[in-house]
Write a protein that binds this ligand. Structure first.
Ligand code: BGC
Length: 763
C-alpha cells in the first residue's frame, strides 16, 4: 500500500514537473514567441529594465558600475533561470573594454587594451584598419565575459568644445558613418554586440540630461542622423543607445518618431534601443519611453519595474508594446555569448592587441607642420632631446569618464624615445619625473567626490614652470626640444576656451621661452599635441619647427609617436575636423553653452541656471557645421578638414567620372612622387546644383586610403558614390532629393587642396 502511494506520489510529481516544464519553456532561438507568452507581466517589466548596479543612487539618478558579474562592466540585463534566460553584460566603451582591472581578493589583474580614441581612429581614414581594431576590441570583450561594448561613439563634432569629441569621429557624417560601420563590423564579427551612441544630437556635455537641442529637420537628417543612418544600413548593430538630451522638445529616449519611424521603419534597424544610463525621470513617463521603441532602460532601477507594471494595470501602456520590446530583447539575448554558454578565458592576447594599437595610432596621427626636420635622422649631432611638458612624462592614452580603459601601462614620450634609442637630458627629466610622482600622490589626496566621472581614467596633471636658467642649461646639453601639450576631457563637462582650447599663459610663455632659446642656438623645437580634440595653434605655430597631433593614441602612445618622428611610420593621418584659428570662428560657438559643468550638479541654484536649450538654427548655423561653414563662407582655418602632411609627396592624376546603374564612379591615379614609401588619403568633394535649396560649396561624398606606395609607385583609386548619397533633405517635400543638374566632383588632398575636377550632369 505504502509503495503504491509512494509510486502514485512520484508519478504525480512527474506529471507536475512535466506540466511545469511545459509552462516554462526554455529560451531558444526558435521559441521566442512561446517564451514571451510564458512570462508574467512582472517578469516582462523586469526584462525591460536593466539589472542595475550596486552603485550610488541619488535622487533618481544612478551612478556607479555593476560588480556582480564582471566588475566594472557598465550594466546588465536581468536573467530568468526559470525560462532559461541568462543575464547579459554591457561594458564601455569606444576605445576598448572598460572593466575594473583589479578585483577584490585577487592578485591577478584584468587589464584591457587602450586603443586609440575615436578621433585618432577616424583620422586614419582607413576603414580596414578600424575594422581590425574592432575585431581586437570584440575579442577582448568576449574573453572577459561581456556581451556588448558600448560604442562606437557617433556624435558629430558640432563644436570643438564638446567634452566628448575624443570619443567621436568627425564633423562630417560620411566619415562618421564609415568609421562607425568599420568598428561595428569588426566588433560584431567576434560574436559581440555594440551600442552605437548617443542617438542623437548629443553635441555637448553641459546639462546633457535636460538640454533641448533645437535643430531643423534638414540639419538633423543631413548632419546629425546621416552617420547613424549609414552605419545602421551597412552593419546591422545589435543595439543603439538613445541619448539623454531632448531634440526639439522631446527626449530622445521617448521619441517614437526617432526610435521607431526613422530608425526602424525607414532605416531597417532590427536590434534593440537602450537608454543612456539614467534612473527614473520625473518628467518622462515610462509608458512614453516603452511605447516609443526604447526597449531597455539602463542601467535600471527597481522603481522603473513598478512603474511599468503600474502603467499596464492603469491602462496607460498597451501590453502589446511590452511584448514587442520583450521580443526584441530576447532576440538580442539569443545572440549573446552568455546565452551561448561561452566560457571566457579571461586571458585575451594583450600583447597582440598592443601591436595593433601601436600601428593604428601611428596611422591616425596628423603631421600639421614640418619644416624639413622630420623624419629625424638620429646621429651624433642629433641624439639628445630636452623633453618639456608634463604629458611627456605622463602621456594621456585616452580620455576620462565612461570611455576610459583601465590599461596595463602607458608608454610615455620619455620611454617611447628611449625605446627608439633617443636619450633625454638628465636634469629636465628628473625635474618632471619627480613632479609627476608628487602630483599623482597629491591628486589622490585631493579627489573630489563630485568628479567621479573624471576619476575614471587618467587625469591631466598641471603644467609646471621651468626657469630660464634651466632652459639655458637644456639648450647646452640637448640637440633639440620636444614639447608635449596635453589636454584631457570627458563626460559631463565641456571644454573651456581659456586654458583648454587655448594654451594657458604658463604653457604659452614656456613654449615661447623654450623656442626662443633653442632657436637662438640653432636647435629645433617639435610640439606633440596629446589631446583627444582640437586646440588653438595659430598663435604659436610659427615659433616651432614641427607639430604632430598624436591625439590620445592608446597605451602604446610614446612608441607610436617615436615611430612617426623617426620615420618608421610615414604619417598618413588627416584631420576629420577643422582646426579653426580661434574657437569663436565656428559658427556654433555663438550658441554653444559655456561653463556648464559637473559642478552645476553641486548646487541646485547653479544647476537651475544651466542653459536648457540650444538653438542650432539661431545665427543660421543649421547644416553649416565644420568645413561646410568654413569652406562655403571662405573663412580662414588654421588647418582645414582633410589636411595632413606626409614625408613623401603624391601626384594626383586627372579624375574620370562615370554614372552607371545609379552609382557615380570616380577614378584617378595616385603616384608617390616623393622619396619615401607612404599612404595617401584621397577625398572627393561634390558641389551639387542648388535645386531650389541653399547648399554648401562642397561636401565630402567619398574617400579612400591607398595601400603603401613605394617611391615612384602608381595606383588607381576607384571610389563609388550611390546616387542617393548626393541627396539633400528637402524640408518642403520632407524627403531626400537629388537635384537635377551639373555636379562637380573635386578630387582633393584636403578641402582646401583640390587636385582635380570633373563634372557630370544628372537628371
Ligand atoms: C555615458 C554612456 C556610457 C554609460 C555607461 C553614460 O554616462 O553617457 O556613454 O555608455 O554612461 O557607462
Amino acid at each position: 500500500m505504502r509503495t503504491i502511494l509512494i509510486l502514485a506520489g512520484l508519478s504525480l510529481w512527474a506529471i507536475a514537473a512535466t506540466v511545469g516544464a511545459q509552462q516554462a519553456p526554455q529560451l531558444r532561438e526558435d521559441n521566442i514567441a512561446e517564451v514571451v507568452k510564458a512570462m508574467t507581466l512582472e517578469e516582462k517589466a523586469r526584462l525591460l529594465v536593466g539589472g542595475g548596479y550596486d552603485g550610488l543612487v541619488t535622487s533618481g539618478a544612478v551612478m556607479g558600475r555593476q560588480t556582480k558579474f564582471v566588475p566594472g562592466a557598465a550594466g546588465s540585463t536581468v536573467g530568468f533561470p526559470r525560462l532559461g534566460i541568462p543575464h547579459t553584460l554591457m561594458a564601455d566603451g569606444p576605445a576598448g573594454l572598460h572593466i575594473d582591472a583589479h578585483r577584490k581578493g585577487e592578485t591577478r589583474t584584468y587589464h584591457a587594451t587602450g586603443f586609440p580614441v575615436g578621433t585618432c581612429l577616424a583620422c586614419t581614414w582607413n576603414t580596414r584598419l578600424v575594422e581590425e581594431v574592432g575585431k581586437a576590441m570584440g575579442n577582448e570583450t568576449k574573453e572577459y565575459g561581456c556581451d556588448v561594448i558600448l560604442g562606437p561613439g557617433m556624435n558629430i563634432h558640432r563644436n570643438p568644445l564638446c567634452g566628448r569629441n575624443f570619443e567621436y569621429y568627425s564633423e562630417d557624417p560620411l566619415v562618421t558613418g564609415e568609421m562607425g560601420t568599420a568598428l561595428v563590423n569588426g566588433i560584431q564579427s567576434q560574436g559581440i554586440g555594440v551600442s552605437a551612441k548617443h542617438f542623437a544630437v548629443n553635441s555637448q556635455e553641459g546639462d546633457r540630461e535636460r538640454v533641448d537641442e533645437q535643430v531643423s529637420e534638414r540639419a538633423l537628417r543631413e548632419i546629425y542622423l546621416r552617420g547613424f543612418e549609414r552605419m545602421v544600413k551597412k552593419s546591422n548593430p545589435w543595439t543603439v543607445m538613445a541619448s539623454y538630451n531632448r531634440i526639439n522638445g522631446i527626449y530622445a529616449q521617448c521619441d517614437r518618431r526617432l526610435l521607431t519611424d526613422i530608425l526602424r521603419n525607414e532605416w531597417g534597424f532590427n536590434g534593440i534601443v537602450i537608454t543612456d544610463w539614467i534612473g527614473v525621470r520625473q518628467d518622462l513617463p515610462i509608458e512614453d519611453a516603452v511605447h516609443s521603441g526604447d526597449d531597455l532602460m539602463m542601467p535600471g532601477v527597481p522603481a522603473q519595474v513598478t512603474n511599468i507594471v503600474q502603467a499596464v494595470n492603469d491602462g496607460r501602456l498597451d501590453i502589446e508594446d511590452i511584448n514587442l520590446n520583450v521580443t526584441r530583447i530576447l532576440e538580442y539575448i539569443v545572440k549573446t555569448q552568455n546565452f551561448k554558454g561561452y566560457q571566457p578565458s579571461n586571458n585575451p592576447d594583450l600583447q597582440a592587441h598592443a601591436a595593433i594599437t601601436r600601428q593604428s595610432a601611428t596611422e591616425g596621427m596628423v603631421l600639421l607642420k614640418n619644416n624639413g626636420l622630420l623624419p629625424l635622422q638620429i646621429n651624433e649631432q642629433l641624439d639628445t632631446v630636452a623633453l618639456f611638458g608634463v604629458c611627456s612624462y605622463d602621456f594621456l592614452s585616452g580620455g576620462v569618464g565612461s570611455g576610459c580603459v583601465e590599461v596595463p601601462y602607458v608608454v610615455d614620450m620619455l620611454h617611447g624615445l628611449k625605446n627608439a634609442g633617443i636619450a633625454t637630458t638628465p636634469q629636465l627629466t628628473e625635474i618632471y619625473t619627480r613632479y609627476v610622482e608628487y602630483a599623482k600622490v597629491k591628486l589622490q589626496a585631493d579627489k573630489n567626490p563630485w568628479m567621479w566621472y573624471l576619476d575614471q581614467g587618467q587625469p591631466k596633471l598641471d603644467e609646471i614652470e621651468i626657469s630660464d636658467r634651466c632652459i639655458a642649461h637644456e639648450v647646452s646639453s640637448a640637440d633639440m626640444a620636444i614639447f608635449t601639450i596635453g589636454r584631457q576631457a570627458g563626460e559631463a563637462m565641456d571644454r573651456t576656451i581659456a586654458n583648454d582650447f587655448n594654451l594657458s599663459s604658463l604653457e604659452q610663455d614656456l613654449l615661447f621661452r623654450v623656442s626662443d632659446a633653442f632657436h637662438a642656438a640653432g636647435k629645433p623645437v617639435i610640439v606633440i599635441i596629446n589631446s583627444g580634440s582640437v586646440i588653438e595653434t595659430a598663435s604659436w605655430r610659427d615659433r616651432v619647427d614641427a607639430i604632430l597631433v598624436a591625439w590620445q593614441p592608446g597605451e602604446e602612445g610614446g612608441n607610436s609617436v617615436a615611430d612617426v618622428l623617426l620615420g618608421k611610420a610615414n604619417p598618413s593621418g588627416k584631420l576629420t575636423m577643422t582646426w579653426p584659428i580661434s574657437a569663436y570662428d565656428h559658427w556654433s560657438t555663438q550658441n554653444f553653452p559655456m561653463e556648464i559643468d559637473m559642478y552645476s550638479y553641486k548646487s541646485m541654484e547653479r544647476r537651475n541656471r544651466a542653459i536648457k536649450n540650444v538653438n542650432y538654427s539661431k545665427h543660421e548655423e543649421g547644416i553649416y557645421v565644420g568645413y561646410r561653414y568654413f569652406d562655403t563662407f571662405h573663412k580662414q582655418t588654421a588647418y582645414p578638414f582633410g589636411y595632413g602632411l606626409s614625408y613623401t609627396e603624391f601626384t594626383y592624376g586627372k579624375p574620370s567620372v562615370k554614372f552607371k546603374d545609379d552609382v557615380v564612379e570616380v577614378t584617378l591615379t595616385i603616384q608617390n612622387t616623393g622619396k619615401m614609401a607612404g599612404k595617401e588619403v584621397v577625398q572627393v568633394y561634390v558641389n551639387a546644383p542648388e535645386g531650389g535649396m541653399d547648399k554648401p560649396a562642397k561636401e565630402l561624398r567619398a574617400f579612400a586610403k591607398t595601400e603603401i606606395l613605394q617611391p615612384g609607385e602608381k595606383t588607381t583609386v576607384r571610389m563609388t558614390i550611390p546616387r542617393e548619397d548626393l541627396a539633400s533633405w528637402d524640408e518642403a517635400q520632407n524627403k531626400w532629393v537629388v537635384a537635377d543638374g551639373t555636379y562637380t566632383f573635386y578630387t582633393a588632398a584636403s578641402i582646401e587642396d583640390i587636385r582635380g575636377q570633373a563634372t557630370l550632369t544628372l537628371k
